[in-house]
Design a protein around this ligand. Structure first.
Ligand SMILES: Nc1ncnc2c1ncn2[C@@H]1O[C@H](COP(=O)(O)OP(=O)(O)OP(=O)(O)O)[C@@H](O)[C@H]1O
Length: 302
């Protein structure tokens, strides 16, 4: 079951410009779902629609099996979020900020010490948030989001602007929240390297369209299926004719034949047959595709 799903979510800020086009997000329960895409792809707009912070124009949002249009309050009571910069009172301490939110949420005051401990802010005492590092303030914002004990956390680029150690701390915090508290996390980022280290699932958005959704191994498999084999032989023309007669799609680029990626057994069979035809094989090459290359291919497609 998906804890969060959208169906046909589309959005326009202006009539002539579609910012989101038919987004079908499927966030599995218990996952860390990395919502990846370059700047301006539509991540924040999607997350705002999912939280009801923007008025929906087209499509549906279902969270915990409930429709956002009909059960908004009960959905939001079980959802923590951090969209854009955190709303903190910088002249107050971490505990004072949490006290304010605890009164708004009307949750158990014991939660304050618990979330301070969880986010590593227990020892900040009387220090005002204005003297906190960006990383500490981001962690406090996560503490606020966790205060009412949500089942789902929605975070829009929470590591933006953090230094490398802040990024690592945030990653470890989110991992432990997911593992130890069973909270599903939907997190957006424009950095593949960050999402790859943290997420169990990913959705890749580009120009307002979801271009991939699944696990990272599914992403690699999809890319492998679209890969090519490169052959260099003693007689490329004869080899091309021979392969085409066996219904194998072959292109030629200068001194190289380009075939679709085939199963290993099929490659071995082709090699044997070419040699029987008196065609020598000088090189068979299947370039490895990195996750980064796969990501770039996807976002350069449209
Ligand atoms: N309030 C707005 N009015 C008009 N256009 C907007 C508004 N907010 C966002 N946009 C446009 O919508 C598109 C998607 O923006 P969005 O902020 O959702 O992207 P993003 O993927 O979150 O990017 P970033 O990583 O830069 O935050 C962009 O072209 C942006 O310029």
């Amino acid at each position: 079951m998906y804890l969060l799903e959208t169906e046909g979510l589309s959005y326009q800020f202006r009539k002539e410009e579609t910012v989101l086009n038919n987004i079908q997000l499927q966030v599995p329960e218990g996952s860390i779902y990395g919502f990846l895409g370059p700047n301006g792809a539509g991540k924040t707009t999607t997350l705002k629609l999912v939280l009801g912070l923007l008025r929906k124009q087209k499509g549906r949002v279902r969270i915990f099996g409930k429709d956002l249009d009909f059960d908004r309050l009960s959905i939001l009571q079980q959802t923590g979020s951090l969209i854009e910069s955190p709303s903190l009172y910088l002249h107050l301490t971490a505990r004072e900020n949490l006290l304010l939110y605890q009164r708004i949420y009307q949750c158990n005051p014991n939660r304050i010490s618990y979330v301070l401990e969880l986010t590593g802010l227990s020892h900040t005492g009387n220090k005002r948030c204005s003297s906190f590092s960006l990383g500490m303030n981001q962690r406090l914002a996560i503490a606020v989001a966790l205060l009412h004990n949500p089942r789902l956390l929605i975070l829009d680029e929470p590591t933006n602007g953090l230094d490398p150690s802040g990024i690592i701390e945030m990653r470890e915090l989110l991992r432990s929240i997911n593992r130890n508290m069973g909270i599903t996390i939907l997190i957006s980022s424009h950095l593949l390297s960050e999402i790859e280290k943290l997420a169990t699932h990913t959705g890749i958005i580009n120009n307002g369209s979801l271009v991939f959704q699944g696990t990272f191994s599914q992403l690699m498999q999809q890319q492998q299926a679209a890969c090519s084999l490169f052959y260099k032989t003693s007689d490329n023309l004869a080899a091309q004719t021979f392969l085409r007669q066996r219904n194998i799609v072959v292109d030629m680029d200068q001194d190289t034949l380009i075939l679709p990626l085939l199963p290993r057994e099929e490659i071995a069979r082709i090699n044997r047959e070419l040699m029987k035809e008196g065609i020598d094989l000088f090189q068979v090459h299947a370039p490895e595709t990195s996750l980064e290359q796969t990501f770039m291919n996807l976002i350069n497609q449209n």
